[in-house]
Design a binder for this molecule. Sequence first.
Ligand SMILES: [Zn+2]
Length: 216
Amino acid sequence: MKLIKIPFIIAFALAAIAIGASYIFSLRSEAEPTEYLWYESLQGLHELCRAKHRQSHLYGEYARHAERDSLPVQAALLRALAFADGVQCANCRKAIESLGGRFHTPVVQTSALQDTPTHLHLALQAKSAVREGIAQRCLHRAVEEGNRYIARLLTWCDASDIAQIVILQHVIEACDNEPTAPYQVCPTCGAISNSDLHTAYCPHCMTDRQEFHTFK
Ligand SMILES: [Zn+2]
């Protein structure tokens, strides 16, 4: 009888050792990185965040150039755009971090400056290209993945970009003496406007308009 039990005892002991070893190995192994699940989304958001960072930096350069050329209206707009894209960059960064990623601020090289009218055209081209390209792809992906938090942040970016494009087009087409400043920018979502008629709170994120940054 004892001879019959021995194989069972050995088999039981080996099974217990195998289960124990598997458990210990699973504890030592690192968990699947959460970034992997959102790899495509993270790549897109990184690209968008870098674009926003570069645009904010570039518009700041354009604004300083316009100030030196005594073009206060254009300078005010470009400073407002730089601030709005800085807000958007920060929101993209939050979106990246919400997926477990980390944004590394890129090095921005100083571009060759031209005249302010050319800068406004370049700003419009760059803004339209980013909005119609990577920004739309990121937004659609967030909606398809059901990530409402990121979709909301990117919808704010899109709304700000549309307003920026409309204002840029208006300033480029406007006469030099037509006043278009001051510009107001929401510090939470980057919404921008230059209208005297406006709501008391940001229509996108409900930030009190008293907190808006004014550029004039
Ligand atoms: Zn807002």
